[in-house]
Design a protein around this ligand. Structure first.
Ligand code: FES
Length: 123
């Protein structure tokens, strides 16, 4: 694994992201809850640029005791990135697609040293 410099820590605000190319690999670096997470910018559905999609709270449909819909609501505490090609939503914290457990974003290790951000790339 090779650590590749991708920018300054101060460039990525809370709730924001920076999409970089490191050693030929496109990666989205997201800041959530003060920390950084990095995911490959390749949707596991059909390869779309998932990390460039809208960042928003996840949605859920609430049901009553008879399983009738109470409507769609934002899910408290969740944050997803929405793939711009077909709208699949991935949890930014885990990379998981909530409805399809078989697909998830590919993680990259990310670290900050002396105000500089590095992502890990397999060599
Ligand atoms: S390529 Fe991302 S949802 Fe289809």
């Amino acid at each position: 694994m090779k650590d590749v410099f991708v920018g300054l820590d101060a460039e990525i605000p809370e709730g924001g992201r920076k999409v970089v190319v490191a050693e030929g690999v496109e990666i989205g670096v997201f800041r959530v809850d003060g920390g950084l997470l990095a995911w490959r910018n390749e949707c596991p559905h059909q390869g779309g640029p998932v990390c460039q999609g809208r960042i928003m709270p996840g949605v859920e449909e609430r049901l009553d005791g008879e399983r009738k819909s109470l409507g769609i609501h934002y899910k408290a505490g969740s944050l997803v990135v929405v793939c711009p090609w077909h709208g699949y939503e991935f949890d930014i914290h885990t990379g998981a697609h909530e409805g399809l457990s078989s697909i998830r974003l590919a993680p990259h290790p990310v670290s900050v040293r002396n105000g500089e951000v590095f992502v890990g790339i397999r060599g």
